[in-house]
Design a protein around this ligand. Structure first.
Ligand code: ZN
Length: 188
């Protein structure tokens, strides 16, 4: 099992609509395992197939933000949502960027698990945000599409701050340029 390379913003694979999984196979299990390892290693709350370059409707999310229990979601869809919450959001495909995004305060997701059994996952608060964010990836949407542009900022590591980072406001154009540089730096 390998930790996969995370695809960064600007890569066309993040903008494709994911294809439905038609068959539960060993390859699919391997992909889910690798996505899980990749998410935990990168300290994320969730990860979608496109973020490791696979255009499939698969998502892994942490069952809770502290632990390492991970839920696999195959062909997930939101079947119920209610309320609104405004809060900061980030994404492993847009490292160190964050911004405010309005999300439902509660969602119910139906999906299949890795055995092909139908499951239902309900999330409130951060979990609802995480589920909505990951399911957006399956439609080729990123959090910057819905972000309040005034709230966009880099979190720069800074040991002088109690939080361990300082917040540096940015713009969408500047952020996109930074990710373009990050991607081209990688290809060398
Ligand atoms: Zn994301």
């Amino acid at each position: 099992m390998a930790v996969r390379r995370i695809v960064y913003c600007g890569d066309a694979r993040l903008r494709r609509k994911a294809q439905r999984v038609r068959e539960i196979s060993d390859d699919l299990h391997e992909l889910l395992d690798e996505m899980r390892e990749t998410m935990l290693e990168a300290d994320g709350l969730g990860l979608a197939g496109a973020q490791v370059g696979e255009c499939l409707a698969v998502v892994v999310v942490r069952a809770d933000s502290e632990g390492t229990e991970v839920i696999d979601l195959i062909n997930p869809r939101i079947v119920e949502q209610e309320g609104e919450q405004d809060g900061h959001e980030g994404c492993l495909s847009l490292p160190t960027l964050r911004g405010m995004v309005l999300r439902p305060s509660r969602v119910v997701v139906e999906a299949f698990d890795r055995e092909g059994e139908e499951i239902e996952v309900e999330g409130e608060g951060l979990m609802a945000r995480c589920l909505a964010h990951e399911l957006d990836h399956l439609q080729g949407r990123l959090f910057i599409d819905a972000v309040d542009p005034e709230s966009l900022a880099w979190l720069r590591p800074d040991r002088r701050e109690d939080s361990g980072y300082r917040v540096e406001p940015t713009t969408l154009a500047e952020a996109q340029e930074a990710f373009d540089r990050l991607r081209s730096g990688r290809e060398e």
